[in-house]
Design a binder for this molecule. Sequence first.
Ligand SMILES: [Zn+2]
Length: 272
Amino acid sequence: MNACNLCGGAKVEVAHANVFGQGVSLVRCVACGFKFYDRTYMQPEAFYNSPANDDFAERSYMYGSQVIARQTDEQAPANKVFLVSYYGAVLDQVAHVLGRQPRTLYEVGCDWGAFLRVAHDRGIRATGCDLNRRAAEIAQKRMGLDVAAGAFLALDVPTEQDVVVLFDVIEHIPNPRDVMERVWGMLASGGIAAIKTFYDEYHQTVPLDLSPARHMDRGLKTTGYFDPTAHPCHFDLPVLRALMARVGLNVVKETLDEVNGQVTLFVRRPAA
Ligand SMILES: [Zn+2]
């Protein structure tokens, strides 16, 4: 078992043994409470570039970008209006926390670039990256964006950014502290980051001793949150706040989405 990526602690205890009867245990760092799966299971590069994931991507999490990219779809105009207004509202929130309109913004895990495109259309220098090569290529070619394909921790990234965003990303990366340290380094003095992820408290009613099939039978909440390949990290709110503090980012705002069990943390790199 690997050491805790948040605090370096080597001592872990089993939080949930044999999750869903699939032979993998979720562990908790004794020192800081961070819960994670054994990182030797994780191969994000392969996972996010597998054909199965491309298919999944088209059906679900990349759908928003497709709607903006594909104007010919009958429903696209209405959906585009919705997405532009939804992402526009996120940008308004970002500007409010920053205290002005951002000039530069970087998105980690931008998929096909829907959010970046909306930011770009507001005159923001909006760039980003995605681990899925196909998604990054579409962001470049179809959406006309400056997006790199590859792992965030391995890519060259810009510095002096007003804003860095990670939506539904940090729970997928086995070393979240490394990610947040890098985000800190990208931000201008006084710049902000927005991090949306699941919060663990919401998901505690999922019975982890039942197989996924039994969950379906009983009409219970999805088991996806506890999937060890997709979600190596499990943050409760105090652990998330502590992660930000550890890397020198101040939490300035938190918004809870109590329908989907997600939180968005807005954090600031203090002015030097
Ligand atoms: Zn720890």
